[in-house]
Design a protein around this ligand. Structure first.
Ligand SMILES: [Zn+2]
Ligand SMILES: [Zn+2]
Length: 347
């Protein structure tokens, strides 16, 4: 049998086929380094700019240096099992010099090479921080209430809803949707927002959770790249009746337990049943549970009990309710219907 021995045409050493490994390595530029890379970052929030796009990063400095340095290194795809080691120092405050050492296997031959890459750090205020610092805003959400003022609980809820939505906008990468400022004032709550999409979401969510309705009032403020730019006031009107309100409807007394999108959940103060009623049904407002008075049960007798009027110190005799737990000495809350001098027991 004739065994044909292959010979490298370049160096004459034995080879399997064509040029030998050594000669192929010599011919191949397997590691290419850019001498310098630029990294634009926001000094305020640390975001990075790629092209013209900003994005948030949570990379630590060491990892960022590695990522930036390696963005300037190209390794031939035939290099196998390579190991990268880096060391760096800062020749000046906005420069980092990185030494990149790479060892691997190419065409069966062990190879090693190193290079230096200079990272140039450029500081630029990002799109979000410049909006924030320029007190840029796209609109205002004004939370008010119909025929009354929003109470503390409603104001807190509105601010909480806004903060939660801002969080989810940021988490979903919509970095330009945020709350610029929010404040409570004597009429309610004002929330200044940076984009129409977050304004719309917050207004809708407050309406859905606290009831009422909202309207949009756009105002043309200029043009950007040929497109009109609007600033929008979102007016959120919380419903006339809120949680804890005591209402008279169809000659019965009810406590509003919640009011979502105009659908009121009512507690019937006669029998303790729950009822759902539209907020537009005719109703008379007696007061709110926050305005209730307190007394103590002095005695019980069959289905009646007596308590002392905290204002006049006279005895008031009341009928017990099936949902009320009455015993001597227990505390009882009530509210007065001034129109007909009725005591309404609240529990
Ligand atoms: Zn050779
Ligand atoms: Zn920033």
């Amino acid at each position: 049998m004739d065994i044909k021995q292959n010979i490298c045409p370049k160096c004459g050493r034995p080879t399997e086929e064509g040029f030998c490994g050594n000669c192929r390595v010599e011919e191949t530029e397997w590691m290419i380094c850019q001498p310098r890379v630029q990294c634009t970052h926001c000094p305020t929030c640390g975001s990075l700019k790629t092209g013209s796009m900003w994005s948030d990063t949570n990379l630590q400095r060491e990892d960022l240096i590695e990522e930036q340095a390696m963005s300037g290194v190209k390794i031939h795809e035939d290099v196998e099992d390579y190991i990268v080691s880096l060391s760096h120092y800062d020749p000046s405050p906005n420069r980092t010099m990185v030494r990149v050492d790479i060892a691997g296997t190419l065409y069966g031959i062990h190879v090693e090479q190193s290079c230096n890459i200079l990272i140039v750090w450029i500081k630029e205020q990002c799109d979000r921080c410049s909006r924030l610092s320029g007190s840029y805003y796209a609109g205002i959400i004004q939370v008010r209430a119909e025929g009354r003022k929003p109470d503390e609980w409603e104001k807190e809820r509105a601010l909480e809803i806004a903060a939660n939505l801002e969080e989810s906008f940021q988490m979903n990468g919509d970095r330009l949707s945020f709350i610029t400022k929010s404040e409570e004032n004597k009429d309610g709550v004002d929330i200044v927002i940076s984009s129409h999409s977050i304004g719309e979401s917050i207004s809708k969510e407050i309406k859905d959770r606290l009831g009422g309705k909202y309207t949009r009032h756009p105002k043309l403020i200029g043009e950007k790249k040929g497109k009109p730019v609007y600033r929008i006031t979102y007016l959120v009107r919380l419903p006339r009746f809120r949680r804890g309100d005591i209402l008279e409807m169809n000659r019965g007394y009810f406590e509003v337990r919640s009011n979502e999108s105009g659908n009121m959940r009512l507690f019937d103060l006669r029998n303790g049943e729950i009822k759902y009623v539209n907020e537009n049904e005719p109703a008379r407002h007696i007061g709110n549970i926050l305005d209730s008075e307190t007394s103590f049960v002095a005695y019980t007798e069959n289905d009646t009990f007596g308590m002392l009027d905290p204002k006049t110190y006279e005895n008031i005799e009341c009928l017990t309710k099936p949902w009320l737990n009455i015993s001597e000495g227990s505390e009882i809350r009530f509210i007065r219907d001034r129109d007909n001098d009725t005591i309404i027991l609240l529990g």
